[in-house]
Design a protein around this ligand. Structure first.
Ligand SMILES: [Zn+2]
Length: 450
C-alpha cells in the first residue's frame, strides 16, 4: 500500500514538473468531454496550468485568448502505446522528434514501450530513459518497463524497484509474448502485489518465428506465418492468469475477431480486462498490406476483412476500450530491405486522429464522444493518469480539433523520423488544430511552439 502511495506521489511530482504556469482563455469551442457528458459550446479558463473554470461565457481581463469557435475542444489525447526509440536507435526516432510528432497529432501525453535498445529492464536503464525524457519531451511522457530481463521471457525484472520510480505506468515485454506460462503466472502474482498493470503483447515475435523455421526447415513459410495467428492462444492464457491472480490485465493491439470473443466472454465472467486496437487494424486488411509493401509490415499483421469488421463492432459496443497508435518508426533504408527483411512496425502519432475521424467518426461507426473516450478518458482511467477530462482542477491538457480540415498524408512532412506509414496519400478530414500541455500551447495550426 505504502509503495502504491509513493508511486502515486512520484507521478504527481512528475506532472507538476511538466506543467507550465500560463493563463489562457479558450473561447467559444464546442466542448466534448465523455466523462463529464458534455457536448456544448463552452469557454475554458486555464490558470496555473490547471482548468480553473468552464462555463458558457467567461470574461477575464488580461488573459490571452485562444479563439476556438467552429472547433472542438476535448481532453488532451493520450497515446498509451508508442515507441520513441532513442538510445542506440536514435536514427529511427528520439524523444525529441517523437514528442514533436505527438504534439502535431494532438497528443498531450504518450506512453513509451520498453523495447528500447538497451531495453528498460534495469533501474540504470530506466533512470537513463527518465534523464533523456526530462530534457527533451514537449508533451507529458510516461513509460512501461520490461516484465523479464532482456525481454527473453525467462527471469523477471526487479518490478518492485522499477515501479517505484515516477513516469512508470505499466509492464510489458513489447514485441515478445512471455512464452513460458509459469513465468507469466509469477509476473501476474507480482503485478497484483505491487498494484502494477500488465499490458501483454499477445503476438508471436519475429525471434520465435525464426527459431521455429530454423528447427523446422521443411515447413514452408506460409505455415510459419500461421504462427502469427496465435494471438487468441496468448489472449486466452493471459485472461486465465488474470482470473487466477485476481488482478486486471490490459491486452495490447487486439487484431483478431477470436481475441475479441475471448475478451467478451471473460468480461461476462467479471475478469477485469481492458484492451486496445490500432487505427491500422481498424481500417486495413492483409490485401492492403500486400499493395502497400513493407511500410504496412507490422506485428500483429494486418488481418482479414472479417477481422476488421469485428474490430469495428468491438469498438462500437465498447469491447475495445482504447485506440492506441503503436507508433513504431524505422529508418527508411531499413524498411526498403523488402518484405522478408524489413523490420515490423508502422508509425501513427501524426495520422491516428485524422484516420479515426475520417474512417470511424465521420461515417458514423462511432461518435466523436466515443472516439475521445477511447483516445483520452479511458487511457487515463486505465493507467491512473491525471488527464482524460476537462473537469475544474484537472491539469490543462487539452486538444483542439478542426473536424473538417481536409489534408493528404505526406510522410515527408512528418516531424517523426519515421516515414513508414500505410496511410501515405490518404485524403483525411479532421486534424488537431492546437495541443495544450499543462496550460502551455505547444502546437497551433501545424506549427510547433516549443
Ligand atoms: Zn508496440
Amino acid at each position: 500500500m505504502g509503495e502504491a502511495v509513493s508511486r502515486k506521489r512520484g507521478k504527481e511530482e512528475n506532472v507538476k514538473k511538466q506543467r507550465g504556469k500560463m493563463a489562457l482563455l479558450i473561447n467559444g469551442g464546442r466542448v466534448v468531454d465523455p466523462l463529464l457528458e458534455l457536448d456544448e459550446p463552452l469557454d475554458i479558463l486555464i490558470e496555473g496550468g490547471r482548468i480553473s473554470r468552464i462555463a458558457p461565457r467567461i470574461e477575464k481581463e488580461g488573459v490571452p485568448l485562444l479563439e476556438a469557435r467552429g472547433k472542438v475542444v476535448v481532453p488532451g489525447l493520450i497515446d498509451m502505446h508508442c515507441h520513441l526509440r532513442d538510445f542506440n536507435e536514435a536514427h529511427k526516432e528520439t524523444i525529441a522528434t517523437g514528442t514533436r510528432a505527438a504534439a502535431l497529432g494532438g497528443y498531450t501525453a504518450v506512453v513509451c514501450e520498453p523495447n528500447t535498445d538497451p531495453p528498460i529492464d534495469t533501474l540504470e536503464n530506466l533512470n537513463r530513459w527518465i534523464d533523456t525524457a526530462q530534457g527533451n519531451g514537449c508533451v507529458n511522457l510516461h513509460t512501461k518497463v520490461c516484465v523479464t530481463k532482456g525481454r527473453h521471457g525467462e527471469k523477471l525484472t526487479n518490478l518492485k524497484a522499477l515501479i517505484r520510480r515516477p513516469w512508470v505506468v505499466a509492464a510489458t515485454d513489447d514485441g515478445n509474448p512471455v512464452v513460458n506460462d509459469q513465468v507469466m503466472a509469477r509476473a501476474f502474482a507480482k503485478a497484483r502485489e505491487y498494484e502494477l498493470l500488465l499490458t501483454p503483447h499477445c503476438e508471436e515475435s519475429p525471434d520465435t518465428v525464426q527459431a521455429f523455421r530454423r528447427n523446422n526447415p521443411l515447413i514452408p513459410l506460409p505455415d510459419a506465418i500461421a504462427f502469427y495467428k496465435r494471438e487468441p492462444h496468448y489472449v486466452a492464457r493471459d485472461l486465465g492468469l488474470a482470473e487466477k491472480a485476481g488482478w486486471r490485465v490490459h491486452i495490447c493491439h487486439v487484431s483478431m475477431a477470436e481475441s475479441l470473443d475471448l475478451i467478451r466472454r471473460a468480461r461476462a465472467r467479471w475478469i477485469p480486462v481492458t484492451c486496445e486496437a490500432t487505427p491500422h487494424h481498424l481500417t486495413l486488411t492483409e490485401k492492403d498490406a500486400r499493395k502497400c509493401g513493407p511500410d504496412a509490415k507490422v506485428n500483429p499483421p494486418l488481418r482479414t476483412k472479417e477481422d476488421v469488421e469485428a474490430l469495428r463492432q468491438g469498438l462500437k459496443d465498447g469491447t475495445i476500450d482504447v485506440i492506441a497508435s503503436d507508433h513504431a518508426p524505422h529508418a527508411p533504408e531499413e524498411k526498403a530491405r523488402g518484405w522478408e527483411q524489413a523490420p515490423m512496425g508502422v508509425i501513427g502519432l501524426e495520422t491516428t486522429l485524422g484516420v479515426v475521424l475520417t474512417a470511424l467518426v465521420h461515417p458514423g461507426v462511432i461518435t466523436l464522444s466515443e472516439a475521445i473516450e477511447r483516445m483520452s478518458s479511458n487511457p487515463a482511467k486505465i493507467l491512473g493518469l491525471p488527464g482524460g477530462s476537462l473537469a475544474v482542477g484537472k491539469p490543462a491538457d487539452i486538444t483542439i480539433i478542426d473536424m473538417d480540415e481536409k489534408w493528404v498524408v505526406d510522410p515527408r512532412a512528418f516531424a517523426s523520423k519515421g516515414r513508414n506509414t500505410p496511410f501515405k496519400g490518404w485524403k483525411l478530414r479532421g486534424k488537431a488544430y492546437a495541443t495544450i500541455v499543462g496550460g502551455k500551447v505547444v502546437m497551433r495550426e501545424g506549427e510547433l511552439l516549443v
